[in-house]
Design a protein around this ligand. Structure first.
Ligand code: HEC
Length: 184
């Protein structure tokens, strides 16, 4: 009963918002959820888990929590790039993630939300999340690096998309992936 009431209140509140206006990207980063934006993925810490459960593509792991994994893998496999679908989660190491939000959620970051994570035992904690101003554990700004990727790669760096290379070796990355304490 209570759930129904809350739902009705929320519908009523949304009804005041723009009177059926088209999706409005000017709400900007961190804006409250806007039903007009459509399908979205608002991650919680518990939604993250063992990195190795994702689909391994070259160096990174990919998921899609909205049922669009085939589409995400098609983009990852394309020689000419593309735009990852809403619900895509990509991780290189357990401590960082990029999550594709609703179309129009934040055009500056191509609707990617950046996450800095802490992993301890089986627990994931979100230390930072956001768009242009999230830093990793070394103080490096996620967006500043990933924005160097040529536009067709949707802010995904890998080795050949135009980003300055990471200062850590592939072997260290593999060790971090294999050392994820959340994995069985
Ligand atoms: C110093 C620049 C730099 C910073 C800072 C940085 N990244 Fe990256 N990131 C890269 C590069 C370069 C790669 C590609 C590494 C490779 O494949 O060898 C990468 C890879 C990734 C990948 C795998 C997909 C891809 O783009 O290749 C994800 C996901 C990712 N980073 C997320 C983040 C998040 C989240 C943050 C912040 C918490 C962050 N990165 C901070 C440069 C950076």
């Amino acid at each position: 009963m209570r759930t129904v009431l809350v739902a009705i209140l929320m519908v009523t509140a949304c009804g005041n918002d723009g009177g059926g206006a088209a999706p409005d990207a000017s709400d900007g980063p961190g804006a409250s959820p806007d039903a007009a934006l459509g399908e979205d993925l608002d991650m919680t810490a518990a939604d993250f888990g063992c990195i190795q459960r994702g689909t391994h593509v070259r160096q990174f792991f990919v998921w899609n929590l909205r049922g669009h994994l085939d589409q995400a893998l098609a983009v990852a496999g394309s020689a000419t790039g593309g735009t990852y679908p809403v619900g895509t989660v990509i991780q290189l190491v357990p401590q960082e993630a990029m999550v594709k939000r609703a179309v129009g959620w934040n055009p500056t970051t191509n609707d990617w939300e950046f996450f800095a994570l802490q992993v301890s035992g089986t627990t994931t904690t979100i230390s930072a999340r956001g768009v242009e101003n999230v830093a990793n554990a070394f103080g490096g700004n996620c967006f500043n690096c990933h924005a160097q990727a040529q536009p067709q790669w949707d802010l995904i760096c890998e080795k050949t998309h135009g980003c300055a290379p990471l200062q850590i070796s592939d072997q260290l990355i593999t060790n971090l992936q294999n050392g994820d304490s959340r994995c069985p």
